[in-house]
Design a protein around this ligand. Structure first.
Ligand SMILES: Nc1nc2c(c(=O)[nH]1)N[C@H]1C(S)=C(S)[C@@H](COP(=O)(O)OP(=O)(O)OC[C@H]3O[C@@H](n4cnc5c(=O)[nH]c(N)nc54)[C@H](O)[C@@H]3O)O[C@H]1N2
Ligand SMILES: Nc1nc2c(c(=O)[nH]1)N[C@H]1C(S)=C(S)[C@@H](COP(=O)(O)OP(=O)(O)OC[C@H]3O[C@@H](n4cnc5c(=O)[nH]c(N)nc54)[C@H](O)[C@@H]3O)O[C@H]1N2
Ligand code: SF4
Ligand SMILES: [Mo]
Length: 889
């Protein structure tokens, strides 16, 4: 971290999820970054979750990419840019514009996105620019367009507080959009808002809900079609609304009745009780203000677009749309998923919510004064990497995304990058699973350094502002792209003086020949001065003459962006997931997120606080499934599909349905031996949106038995990749490793791995009886590390307790022997796995306190232990501990 001069506090926006919380950042006297929630920001009113609160721990220079390089040789920016421009220009000259591609990200700022899209579509003349939002929001985008004629999210966060009923379908907001969840929970304290969760797993969100329907994966369309049938048969349709504002109702109803004629059929197909289905349908139809909030459990499916439209159908049919507290709310994942949609970052959109019609192409080309314009949709992410693999795409520039980890069939994606003639990667981190394939590596400014705007789930545009100097030679992404564009010969069109220039141009395009025909219109911002841009307050689009202060809700007048301004019902025939179960692969693999990590962990793993919640990659599996496949709690498990395999730790829990397993997406080759779950995930996509089916891959599981299991705490980072299993994370000031294998390491090997030229004092202890060995090493009295090895994983001591001992720097002889026993004493209790990462409160402490005090109110428990009293992200888990003493909820 390098610090810019005199530091007042700076208002900016959190770079993680699509809630888009306002953050106030300030450098304190110890040169650390203090982070607090911005009480004036309308997304969060001061609240922050665990990830937002820990932002200060992620901005140091460790692991940062500081200089441009070509084939691992540091070079100047000038040569790097020249080389990228030449590489792309030569390929285009030889093989045509479609032989090159950009693969970008919802973590781009809008200005970065705008410039990348303009270069590819208007100047290179191909639409081969796709974004990781393909993996995330593309089914929602396509569903919106079919129904509304535009990709419009009409709702705002206040609607969630105004609702009578919230249906969370395929969404674990307690972990993935925690501040929104906290807003809902707060509203529920003041009034009766019913919450129903539809998710095959029990999640922290479902723990807090009134009802949970653990439906069979992939059957959501049956459930919502059944709802349409129910609404029709029980006179809950809003016939006036249907008549005045929609088309195609009859067809939609016929399909609904065919696939979901009655509650009994729905219950059977969705594998839930009839009573549960009735409860849902009654809630939907008998309360007035209903929101269906959906995310990846809906979008990430080979019939994701249809599922989105089934949900919208039910809202249109009952007139529950465009009014306060109602609607189908697609909640965005990444901080700027929305901004990317606005600029046209998806390969099947052009720019400013326009497509590839002759008229739109004309408008955009005219506006850009560009020599060419992409004529048709480009490659979607999965096809793009297939075409790289097939040698059709010969040069790719990957920016702000880590496809080696996050794309389905990820081993193929890796070999595609390996084969590709030219791979350029812009990232802010040096070592990721993707940067290792880069021929040219470009250092991008990170959060805290870069400047620009993002748009959150409720269409609210907020500024990200810088408060740190760029790390090393890092540059803003928009600048890097514009420099390459200039070096390719397009000086004039990319001559931006600053980021505000880019923003103004983007705003002007949104207004250009619009006249109310396109939803995305920020014309009122197209003439803002640099200083106004600097001071820009969060504002919801459209922002135009009619709505100079922004727009809270859309569709309030029942008009949509179709030709006749009516919304379209889509007739849906539910389809099964693409890959079928077989004898060889009889289980369903579901994947998703954990509370304290972000995607491929390049940033959150820097924070010891965030690393303490869940420390190892894991699989959740039902006890009966575990029995059948001879899987033991805490044992290592291989999960295998037709496409690849991972090895992770077993968590056995009835929160999972029988025959289904869940693995988080986060762990990459940087943090574990073999836990990139996307190597296992099938490559099937939705035929319309191209979004992958991440939630449904047929797999099998088996126990992995090693002869010994070990764990290590070390002050220094150590390379344990020689072992068949390892995983690492930060634990207080140390690195913590779990590792295992068949030939157990001896003292010599350990010394070689850990010492690195320094001669530490070693103490060792072999316990023949328990077949275990223990090593500690010291620099004088200062403990540097410890290793515990046993043939039984369960006999290894508490890591949390040992890690706490490492905080006592001076360790005398008596304490050394205590450390060897690896057990806690009454004076230093073992806190157990960390639940509250803000105050480091462990599960054992909480459970012990609950048992002793008899308290069951989490606020009272919080007062005593501090747990849950800062960011509040662990409150649902505290609830879960009070209720059932489980850890991973
Ligand atoms: N902590 C954290 N927060 C994040 C992120 C992160 O990495 N970490 N990433 C952000 C991003 S980019 C995104 S896209 C969002 C994602 O946010 P979410 O969509 O809430 O997260 P997921 O865990 O991917 O999936 C949600 C749920 O869908 C369920 N599901 C699986 N199959 C089905 C099904 O067939 N039907 C239904 N109804 N449900 C199903 C899963 O069990 C899972 O609980 O989170 C954002 N927020
Ligand atoms: N199995 C499975 N896989 C999934 C999902 C799932 O649910 N299950 N979800 C999918 C979804 S919804 C998403 S959104 C994707 C996310 O997947 P990715 O986008 O691949 O994940 P990130 O770790 O966020 O990658 C961002 C990269 O950009 C870098 N970076 C951060 N900020 C900047 C910046 O300002 N500029 C530049 N140039 N680089 C930057 C980071 O260091 C990191 O390497 O994963 C998808 N993959
Ligand atoms: S909910 Fe958390 S991760 Fe999402 S924007 Fe707010 S603070 Fe950041
Ligand atoms: Mo996402």
């Amino acid at each position: 971290m390098t610090i810019s001069e005199a530091q007042p506090s700076v208002k900016t926006t959190c770079p993680y999820c699509g809630v888009g919380c306002g953050v106030i950042a300030q450098i304190n006297e110890s040169n650390e970054v203090d982070i607090k929630g911005d009480v004036n920001h309308p997304a969060n009113y001061g609240l922050l979750c665990s990830k937002g609160s820990a932002l200060g721990e992620t901005v140091d220079l460790e692991q940062r990419l500081l200089h441009p390089s070509i084939n691992n040789q540091e070079v100047s920016w000038k040569s790097a840019i020249q080389k990228v421009a030449e590489g792309f220009s030569n390929t285009i000259e030889k093989y045509g514009p479609d032989s090159v591609a950009f693969y970008v990200s919802g973590q781009f700022l809008t200005e970065d996105y705008y410039v990348a899209n303009k270069l590819m579509k208007g100047f290179i003349g191909s639409a081969n620019i796709d974004t990781n939002s393909r993996l995330c929001m593309s089914s929602a985008v396509a569903g919106h367009k079919r129904a509304f004629g535009s990709d419009t999210v009409g709702l705002c966060y206040e609607d969630l507080e105004e609702a009578d009923t919230i249906i969370l379908i395929g969404s674990n907001i307690a972990w993935c959009h925690p501040v929104l969840f906290q807003r809902i929970e707060k509203a529920r304290q003041g009034k009766d808002i019913k919450m129903l969760v539809i998710d095959p797993r029990r999640t922290t969100s479902s723990d807090s809900a009134d009802y949970h329907m653990a439906i069979k994966p992939g059957t959501d369309a049956v459930l919502y079609n059944g709802l349409l049938t129910y609404l029709s048969e029980n006179e809950f349709l809003d016939n006036d609304y249907i008549e005045a504002h929609t088309n195609g109702f009859d067809h939609a109803l016929i399909s609904a009745k065919e696939s979901a004629p009655d509650v009994k059929t729905v219950a059977t197909l969705c594998d839930v009780e009839e009573e549960a289905v009735y409860t849902f349908y009654r809630l939907f139809s008998e309360t007035d203000k209903v929101i269906s909030l959906f995310s990846m459990g809906i979008n990430q499916s080979s019939s994701g677009v249809d599922k989105v439209n089934c949900i919208i159908n039910a809202h249109l049919a009952s007139g529950r749309i465009g009014k306060p507290g109602m609607g189908a709310f697609s909640i965005t994942g990444q901080p700027n998923a929305m901004g990317g949609r606005e600029v046209g970052g998806l390969s099947n959109t052009l720019a400013a919510h326009m497509g590839f019609s002759e008229k739109d192409k004309d408008i955009v080309q005219h506006f850009w004064k560009s020599p060419v314009i992409a004529q048709k949709s480009g490659l979607k992410a999965v096809d793009l990497f297939n075409d790289i693999h097939a040698g059709k795409v010969k040069a790719v520039w990957i920016m702000a995304t880590n496809p080696a980890v996050s794309m389905p069939n990820a081993d193929l994606v890796q070999s595609a990058m390996e084969k590709c003639d030219l791979v350029v990667v812009s990232d802010c981190m040096e070592k990721t699973d993707t940067t290792r394939y880069a021929d040219i590596l470009l250092p991008a400014e990170a959060w805290g350094e870069k400047q620009g705007t993002v748009t959150n789930s409720e269409r609210r545009i907020s500024r990200q502002r810088s408060f740190l100097n760029p790390a090393g030679e890092a540059k803003p992404d928009w600048w890097i792209i514009a420099e390459v564009a200039k070096a390719m010969g397009y000086e004039e069109s990319f001559a931006y003086n600053n980021v505000a220039d880019v923003f103004r141009e983007h705003a002007r395009l949104s207004a250009y020949k619009n006249a109310g025909t396109r939803d995305f219109d920020i014309s009122a911002l197209s003439t803002i001065e640099d200083n106004e841009y600097e001071l820009l307050k969060p504002i919801q689009w459209p922002v135009n003459k009619a709505n100079p202060n922004g727009t809270k809700r859309l569709f309030t007048n029942g008009e949509f962006y179709t030709k006749d301004k009516k919304a379209e019902f889509i007739a849906i025939k539910p389809r099964k997931p693409a890959a079928e179960l077989s004898e060889e692969f009889p289980l369903i693999l579901n994947t998703g997120r954990v509370r304290d990590h972000w995607h491929t962990m390049t940033r959150t793993a820097k924070s010891q606080r965030l690393s303490r919640h869940i420390k190892e990659p894991f699989v959740q599996c039902h006890p009966d499934t575990a029995d059948k496949f001879k899987i033991r709690k805490n044992g290592l498990v291989e999960i295998k599909s037709k496409w690849g395999a991972v090895i992770v730790r077993a968590d056995i829990t009835s929160r999972q349905r029988l025959g289904e397993v869940f693995v988080p997406l986060h762990w990459s080759d940087q943090f574990s031996a073999k836990a990139r779950v996307d190597a296992v995930v099938n490559p099937y996509v939705d035929p319309i949106s191209g979004q992958p089916e991440y939630k449904h891959t047929p797999v099998t599981i088996s126990a992995v038995k090693h002869k010994w299991y070990g764990f290590m705490l070390s002050r220094k980072e150590i390379d344990l990749t020689v072992f068949p299993y390892w995983s690492k994370c930060r634990e207080l000031d140390n690195w913590r490793y779990e590792f295992s294998g068949n030939d157990s390491p001896d003292l010599l090997q350990l010394k070689q791995l850990t010492q690195n030229g320094i001669d530490f004092d070693w103490i060792e202890y072999q316990d023949e009886f328990n077949q275990s060995s223990r090593y500690l090493w010291f620099d004088d009295s200062d403990i540097q590390g410890c290793v515990f090895i046993s043939n039984d994983f369960e006999k290894l001591p508490s890591r949390e307790w040992l890690a706490e001992q490492f905080t006592h720097l001076e360790i005398d002889v008596e304490q050394r022997s205590k450390l060897f026993t690896g057990t806690s004493g009454p004076d230093r209790p073992d806190p157990g796995p960390i639940v509250c990462s803000c105050f480091n409160v462990g599960k054992n402490i909480i459970v012990d306190f609950i048992n002793k005090s008899g308290l069951r109110d989490i606020d009272e428990i919080g007062q005593q232990l501090k747990a849950g009293t800062n960011c509040g992200s662990c409150k649902p888990e505290l609830e879960c501990l009070v209720n059932e003493n489980a850890l991973i909820c």
